[in-house]
Design a binder for this molecule. Structure first.
Ligand SMILES: NC(=O)c1ccc[n+]([C@@H]2O[C@H](COP(=O)([O-])OP(=O)(O)OC[C@H]3O[C@@H](n4cnc5c(N)ncnc54)[C@H](O)[C@@H]3O)[C@@H](O)[C@H]2O)c1
Length: 352
């Protein structure tokens, strides 16, 4: 299978390493609008064909599938071009910046009947897959309550450098640089983590967004610091269960951590995934009365990269599909509206 990588920045390193390690996959070409970057990337990964536009690569046409690792706003135009050319695509998340564009991409891929997949990375977490399997097998009964969070601390900690002088972080804080804040960046990951893990669809959403002051005038150089950096979300799932989902870049002590807790009428399951690895715990059956949690070994699961290749080989559509990512994008779009139009209820009663 001859693979083309479009966009040769930070995340493309993962794609090249992962795809490069799969038997029978050849990294045949790379595209980036930045000539120096595509040359350097191709040298490092031994990629023989380089292009500075997707149009050029499509005219050449000597590839079987593509990995789209361009910035969020470029996913829509570039993926539509690949789909029109009949090429299977693994597209980075979020599929697009809004639901209408994301669903247009899903429609196009379905009409063309090509393999399409979105790189929701945390599907690679074995503990999440095992937790879902257990939920679907009824181990914790009917789910009533779901609690999920995505915690980062780069606005406080300098583990990955200082956000104040690094464009890689600054653009994520600035709407005019294409960011929808922490909601747009990791919201899709944690919504997928929660709903996929619980095996439930999201019915209703309410959201609060916050953009805290973080620099004089909330501006650093050309970067207006106006994109949200914390959110809290209340969800109803279609089975009637309640969900609380939140994310923050102020979560001191957590470099990059996803947590999911699910409680049913017959047990609870917890998944924690961070840079150290992941853990799966369950409290069910005879352990319920003593609230004893058992740690389980989740084994390992094939990565999205492997499953994309397998899907092309077998012709069986893989998950998560463009359609699935578009549906999650709909929830994110609604969350923005809910946050904008919020109605607040006074909790304190007037005793006069
Ligand atoms: N799945 C994950 O966990 C995960 C993690 C990080 C980033 N991402 C996603 O990966 C994508 C890329 O992120 P990144 O951090 O690598 O960004 P990046 O800025 O490091 O790299 C993007 C590259 O795309 C190039 N580019 C821009 N427009 C292009 C076009 N029209 N054609 C070809 N190349 C073009 C840029 O020159 C740049 O080299 C984003 O959508 C991001 O959200 C996903």
């Amino acid at each position: 299978m001859r693979l083309l990588i479009i966009g040769t920045g930070w995340m493309a390193e993962q794609h090249a390493t992962q795809f490069g390690g799969i038997e029978g996959v050849e990294l045949i070409g790379a595209v980036d609008i930045d000539r120096a970057r595509v040359d350097e990337f191709s040298e490092r990964h031994g990629i023989p064909n380089r292009f500075t536009s997707l149009e050029e690569a499509l005219a050449w046409n000597q590839f079987d599938a593509a990995a789209n690792v361009t910035p969020d706003r470029m996913h829509h135009p570039t993926t539509l071009m690949l789909v029109a050319a009949g090429k299977p695509v693994l597209c980075e998340k979020p599929l697009a910046e809004n639901y209408s564009r994301a669903s247009e991409m899903a429609d196009a891929a379905e009409r063309k009947g090509i393999i399409n997949m979105v790189n929701l990375t945390y599907r690679n977490v074995a503990s999440l897959q095992k937790a879902r399997e257990m939920v679907l097998a009824g181990v914790i009964g009917e789910i009533k309550h779901v609690e999920a969070s995505y915690l980062q601390s780069w606005l406080v900690a300098k583990f990955w450098g200082d956000w104040r002088d690094d464009p890689k972080w600054l653009w994520r804080l600035s709407r005019s640089h294409g960011s929808n804040g922490v909601l747009g960046d990791v919201g899709i990951h944690i919504l997928d983590f929660a709903s996929y893990g619980a095996g439930l669809d999201i019915d209703h959403v309410f959201c609060r967004l916050k953009t805290f002051d973080k620099a004089p005038g909330n501006k650093i150089g050309e970067y207006e610091l106006d994109a949200n950096d914390s959110f809290t979300m209340a969800l109803d799932f279609t089975n009637g269960a309640l969900g609380v989902v939140h994310a923050s870049r102020w979560a001191t002590g957590h470099l990059n951590e996803l947590r999911l807790r699910m409680y049913g009428d017959r047990g609870g399951i917890e998944v924690v995934h961070n840079l150290q690895g992941s853990a799966l715990r369950v409290c069910a059956g005879g352990n319920i009365d003593s609230a004893t949690w058992e740690t389980l070994d989740a084994g390992s699961v094939p990565t999205n990269y492997q499953r994309f290749v397998d899907a092309i080989r077998t012709g069986v559509p893989p998950e998560p599909s463009f359609r699935h990512a578009a549906e999650l994008q709909k929830v994110l779009d609604l969350a923005l509206v809910a946050a904008d139009k919020r109605t607040e209820l006074m909790a304190r009663a007037d005793t006069q």
